[in-house]
Write a protein that binds this ligand. Structure first.
Ligand code: DC
Length: 224
């Protein structure tokens, strides 16, 4: 059966990674979380410069930042200079810095090149903000995932709560809205739906319904 590239884009906390993992498991494909790559750079920035940095400082750090993945226990774990940082990158602080540094042209150039190399052999499901528009405009299957703000806030809040992070729904909402703004208004590669992407609103879908739905899209695509 032919191997394809699946590109999944959408706003923060829509459940992109859950969907991408479901599909990767179904198709026996490799899952790449590109948000984790921006977060790894953000972690390096925080560790090296703290919260006081300029765009130039961040660009200067890029040559010292190698972002890669290791496969462990059926999962792809993100590494920063060889160190697995999957847990360290999942904080709100790292997410905030990731959203800021993702606006820098040079950061995006390095990330996009790295991501394109990962997809050379196809057989991947990649999620992010610019996968169907910039990284793989030729992807055979593009999904643009959406969900209502209320549903997204609740999901992100539950996720943080589970990790023991103390926050409020209002703080989560403000953080999400700020990220939506950053993602859609940045000058370089802003988040937008590719003209040939299929929009999926999962606000009222169960995980099983979502899985069945995208599995069908995938089958239609590989059999074409
Ligand atoms: O999906 P996430 O929240 O883990 O992503 C972290 C940040 O990285 C988010 O604010 C947007 C940015 N990002 C991006 O600009 N392009 C991507 N392909 C993936 C993430």
């Amino acid at each position: 059966m032919k191997k394809i590239i699946v590109a999944i884009d959408g706003y923060s906390a829509c459940g992109k990674s859950t969907l991408a993992k479901q599909l990767a498991q179904y198709a026996h494909y490799t899952y790449i979380d590109t948000g984790a790559m921006y977060r790894a750079i953000a972690l390096h920035v925080l560790r090296t410069l703290g919260t006081n940095y300029t765009e130039q400082d961040v660009v200067g750090l890029l040559p010292d930042c190698v972002v890669s993945f290791v496969h462990q226990d059926d999962k792809q774990l993100v590494c920063l200079n060889g160190e697995v940082v999957e847990e360290q990158i999942r904080t709100m602080e790292v997410g905030k810095v990731a959203s800021e540094i993702a606006q820098i042209k040079e950061v995006r150039q390095v990330m996009v090149k790295n991501q394109q190399q990962m997809g050379e052999q196809k057989g991947i499901v990649m999620d992010g903000r610019d996968i169907g528009t910039v990284v793989f405009p030729q992807a055979e299957l593009k999904i643009f995932l959406t969900a209502s703000v209320e549903v997204r806030v609740q999901r992100r809040y539950d996720e943080l709560l589970q990790k023991g992070v103390k926050t409020t729904m209002e703080a989560v909402k403000q953080d999400l809205l700020q990220r939506d703004f950053n993602d859609t208004h940045r000058a370089v590669d802003p988040l937008r739906k590719a003209t040939d992407a299929i929009e999926v609103d999962n606000s009222n879908m169960t995980l099983e319904e979502q899985k069945m739905y995208v599995a069908k899209l995938f089958e239609q695509c590989v059999l074409k």
